[in-house]
Design a protein. Sequence first.
Length: 210
Amino acid sequence: MFGSVNIAEASVQNYIIIPWDDFTFSDFGYDNRTEYGIFTDDMVQFSILLAGKEYQIIQKADFQSKDLRNATNVNATVGYAIQQGDKIIRPPMGENVTDAEHQAFTHQIPERNAEFSQDSTITNSFDFIVDLEHPFYIKFPIQINKSGQYTKQFYKITHMFEGPTNYGMGGLVIVDKYSKAVNENDGCKNEKFRLLIKHDYTNLVCVNPG
């Protein structure tokens, strides 16, 4: 469930299960290795979203037998988490960073990823028992009403000792409106123009770089 309806609102049904055989990303022109994405209802993928518009987060829920090490009745979770601001977990940088600091960062990653999802107010997840013979996709409707910069995280984890964990994190921008010069794939209709987000996130515009 969403933690704050002032920031995000879900549809009445907050997820939809799609059987594996009924859907593939390749059917819509995407690489079938795609694990997740944010799409419109007609499967156009967006990286810059409109405030107040509903989109669909689609994620894979599939595992390989080698990942589970012959375990049975494995509990797993697939879901997403979004926070406002730039909160991407970055490794230590600079010439003076030691190997010990890099190792410490690597060991902290699982805990920091978990903390991100726990602290997020825009989040949803689905818990299930892994059935290797029946993988599926899950679709979460998402609507963010406040423009600005956000950090998104997608995850697929198993609740077993040293089980497989897959986290993906990146930036997300929400704007109040698109200029008419922007096409349906959040790019410029005129390829010679440059896409620009206004500093206050009120508009996504196309400008002549010359």
